[in-house]
Write a new protein. Structure first.
Length: 215
């Protein structure tokens, strides 16, 4: 068993938040969950960690029909909304999993199988004593990098400046990853602007993109 395959001590990288489900969401869960749920063994090219309400995932998948997307989200309202978007837009290349992503990676995603991993606006856990809960820390990056094929991209985005610089430091320290840019990446056109990011910009916060590829 390699280091990256050892089970991680479970330290949650997210807050479980309550959220109201609309009638549309209940309908989506009832009608569509089984149809669009991830089934172990299905091909996955792009892993979306923390897909939120699913707008970005749906837009990227629609513009990239040749690749298979897997959206992992722990909040039921976000799962339900993405299911609705998949059905509404007739997408055939998106599957959804409501599970802790590291449990899924350990059991169902083979090494060197992914073309890309997206981590867009994860919980920043800004207090120092909570930094161990951040998703982009060395031991979790090792797991994500292990699942990328050579040339595969780990693309992160955050509106927390402290976390953005920590991402650069953490990813830059991994000898198996190479920064595609000199520091932060220019905002890529393929990453949609979500409502969350729009609120951040209105509040005066900057969105930072970090893009590393596996050597």
């Amino acid at each position: 068993m390699t280091t990256v395959d050892r089970p991680l001590r479970i330290v949650r990288t997210y807050h479980l938040r309550g959220g109201r489900l609309s009638g549309r969401h209940f309908d989506a869960l009832e009608r569509l969950a089984v149809q669009y749920q991830f089934v172990p063994g299905q091909a996955v090219d792009v892993l979306e960690i923390g897909s939120g309400m699913g707008e970005a995932t749906a837009q990227m998948a629609a513009a990239d029909p040749e690749r298979q997307y897997l959206a992992v989200e722990v909040h039921t309202a976000g799962v339900a909304n993405l299911l609705h978007l998949i059905d509404e837009r007739g997408l055939t290349n998106v599957r959804v999993a409501e599970v802790d992503v590291f449990e899924l990676l350990a059991e169902h995603i083979p090494a060197e199988s992914l073309q890309a991993v997206h981590v867009f606006f994860p919980d920043p856990w800004p207090k120092t004593r909570h930094h161990k809960r951040r998703l982009i820390v060395p031991e979790r990056v090792a797991v994500l990098r292990d699942r990328l094929r050579t040339g595969g991209v780990l693309h992160c985005a955050t509106d927390d400046a402290g976390y953005a610089h920590a991402m650069l430091e953490t990813l830059g320290a991994d000898a198996h990853l190479r920064n595609r840019f000199d520091g932060f990446a220019p905002r890529p056109a393929h990453r949609p602007v979500t409502k969350f990011e729009q609120r951040a910009v209105r509040a005066g916060r900057t969105a930072y993109d970090v893009m590393y590829e596996k050597r």
